[in-house]
Structure formats: C-alpha cells, structure tokens
Design a binder for this molecule. Structure first.
Ligand code: HEM
Length: 256
C-alpha cells in the first residue's frame, strides 16, 4: 500500500473540475468548499460519537470529543481567511458558471444543524427527492446532541420534567427554566460535567463565529446582490446570526 493508494490521491485530485474551464480563481473556490464538506463529514462523525458517549454517561471521553469538535470548528473559521483573499472581480470571473448552486444546498450543513437542534422544516423540504434525503430525514427524526446532554443531566440526580425528556425531537431546541436550574447546579457542583458544558459553549460560539465570518465575506465579495441559491443574500444570512444552538447555556451565564 502506498501513500497515494491509501489516500486515493489521484481520485481526490480529479475532483476539482473547473466549470469555467480556465478561470484561475475557481480552483480555490472549489478546493475550499470541498475541504468544508470533508470537515462537515468529520464533525458529524465526531458528534455521533459524542451522543454515544453521553448516553453511556462517559463524561471524560465526551469532553475529549467536544474538544476535538471545537478545534475543528476553529480551523473551519480560520479557513475563511484564505477565501477572503478573493476579490469581488476575481469571484465574478467565474460566478456565472455556478448557476443556481449554493452553500444553501449543502446537505451535510443541514445534517449538522439538525443534529445540533436547529430544525427548520423549510430546510428539510428543500431536499425532497434529492440524493441523501433519507439521511437528512433520519437526522430530522432523531434526538439531538442537546437531548443527549439533557439525558446525562437527568441521570446525574437532577431530575428533569417529562416535557423536556420526552419532547418532540423534530422541534427546534427551546430554552427551559427547569433545565437552566439543573445546569447552574452542574456548573457549581460537578467540575467534570462543567468542563463538558463549557466545551459545548465553545462549539456553539464557534458556529456563530463561522456564520458571522461567512456573512462578512459574502458582504465584501458580492455586496447586497442576491445569492446564487435564490435568497436575498446578505439580508438572509444576517437573519441566521446570534441564534445559539444551545440557548440554555447562554441564558444561565448571568446567574453564575
Ligand atoms: C465567495 C464565497 C461565498 C459567497 C459569495 C457565498 C454566498 C452565500 C450566499 C449569498 C448565501 C445565501 C444563500 C443563497 O442565496 O445562495 C450562502 C449560504 C451558505 N453558504 Fe456561502 N458563500 C461563499 C462561500 C461559502 C463557503 C466557503 C462555504 C462553506 C461550506 C459556504 C457555505 C454556505 C452555507 C452552509 C450556506 C447556508 C447558510 C444558511 O442557510 O444558514 N459558503 N452563501
């Protein structure tokens, strides 16, 4: 087995096909997006492991996995710097070749949102009859990372109400006063689980940071033009900012 065989390097390097044929900057655009899809795959892989570890009350290993996810997200945010070296004119040199394709259509990004608890029906329906739809439906119908955290908190002796533990898992995560009381108690009394919650706060902040950096990159690259995916562009993206995936973790900060 050689390096190239193990990593399938020839296959990998055959996947960057310029639609423009020859526009220099299109290669960077494709490379960055493909790298993001690989990171999305890795984060989903790690978060599935995290859910297993939480279900097994294995706080130490769950913390380790959260740490890895947090570090990947930091890398994902930093990578936007590279794409920001692309000027509006460089982007325009191949933008028309994108047609109506857009990050809007990233199935893995929606999987990630659903697994983390940001469930919006419109983003599920958009994928009906497309490859991978069944996988997305699976994510839609499954409990989220936050549900797994709540299970752990409940089993730690801080009983949570039934309406929290048996909630409709297709609904977006909503904050709850009983959960917040339990989280404050965890943060005050259980250093191990407190570290886990801080790591999850880092993950949440990192994702919000990615959204902010993405919208600023979009603003400097296409201004207020509509997106290729058919949204209003920056206006739409601004509406996705400052929406935490784990709202309870933020709402309790002032109580500590
Ligand atoms: C010059 C670079 C980029 C521009 C101009 C751009 C532009 C946009 C625009 C305008 C939207 C709104 C949807 C639409 O109407 O198309 C969008 C959404 C999105 N983009 Fe980008 N984007 C860029 C780079 C990236 C990169 C590198 C990624 C990494 C995967 C990405 C991922 C996404 C995702 C996931 C959404 C959906 C966000 C949501 O619905 O909350 N974009 N992008």
């Amino acid at each position: 087995m050689t390096y190239g065989e193990y990593l399938r390097v020839p296959d990998l390097l055959g996947l960057q096909q310029l639609q423009s044929g020859s526009e220099h900057d299109e290669l960077l655009f494709i490379t960055i997006h493909q790298v993001y899809e690989l990171w999305f795959q890795q984060v989903l892989h790690e978060l599935d492991r995290l859910v297993e570890r939480l279900a097994a009350d294995d706080v130490a290993r769950a913390r380790h996995t959260v740490q890895r996810v947090r570090t990947i997200i930091k890398t994902m945010v930093a990578q936007l710097d590279v794409l920001e070296t692309m000027t509006p004119l460089e982007f325009l040199s191949f933008r028309d070749f994108l047609g109506s394709s857009s990050g809007f259509e990233s199935l893995q990004f929606r999987e990630l949102e659903f697994l983390l608890g940001q469930k919006q029906r419109v983003h599920l329906d958009r994928f009906a009859d497309t490859p991978g739809f069944d996988r997305l439906v699976g994510r839609w119908e499954s409990p989220t990372v936050w549900d797994a955290v709540l299970g752990l908190v409940d089993r730690s002796g801080r009983a949570l109400p039934d309406e929290v533990l048996r909630r409709d898992v297709t609904a977006p995560t909503a904050s709850h006063p009983a959960v917040q009381d339990a989280l404050v108690s965890v943060l005050r009394e259980d250093a191990g689980s407190a570290g886990l919650l801080e790591g999850l706060t880092d993950v949440d902040e990192g994702l919000q940071e990615w959204r902010y950096r993405h919208v600023m990159m979009v603003l400097r690259t296409i201004g207020t033009k509509p997106g290729t995916g058919g949204s209003s562009g920056v206006g739409y993206l601004q509406g996705t900012l400052f929406r935490p995936v784990f709202p309870d973790l933020w709402e309790i900060r002032g109580r500590l």
